[in-house]
Design a protein around this ligand. Structure first.
Ligand code: ZN
Length: 149
């Protein structure tokens, strides 16, 4: 393993152990449920919007290390961002882990780059993407729950 792989591994392990923003938000403007039956990951994302800005975000759920650490890092990445910026990150993250011809430079995604290795493991891509799809649904105001299947 290269030093970089090791660093990325550490980020994932650390966020799985102590996830950030692991909380339900009272008075959330939006929320959505996500489900990845293939792995058994479940996540609920809560968003508080202040105009167009994500002023607070939290998540609850259970699942594998990839899904949990991805949700944790996602909340840190989009907090304080506008809805448009968050959707842009969703697009870039998805492109990095699952795009057919990824054009996103992982370095532009900061710590989220820790998940770039996931693209070599198709079954784990859904784990990494689950929280993002759920956030996307929450921002779109979709009432139905999201499933990766
Ligand atoms: Zn999983």
């Amino acid at each position: 393993m290269s030093d970089l792989d090791e660093l990325y591994q550490q980020i994932i392990v650390e966020h799985n152990r102590s996830p950030r923003n692991f909380k339900r938000i009272d008075g959330a403007t939006r929320s959505a449920d996500g489900d990845n039956p293939l792995c058994g990951d479940k996540v609920t994302v809560f968003v508080k919007l202040d105009g167009d800005v994500i002023s607070d975000i939290g998540f609850q759920g259970k699942g594998c290390a990839i899904s949990k650490s991805s949700a944790s890092l996602m909340t840190g990445a989009v907090k304080g961002k506008t809805v448009k910026e968050a959707e842009r990150l969703f697009h870039d993250f998805h492109d990095m882990v699952a795009g057919d011809h990824p054009s996103t430079d992982p370095k532009s995604l900061g710590k989220l780059a820790a998940f770039q290795g996931v693209r070599q493991f198709p079954s784990r891509v859904k784990c990494a993407n689950l929280a993002w799809h759920t956030l996307h649904a929450a921002l779109a105001g979709a009432a139905e729950s999201v499933t990766t299947e």
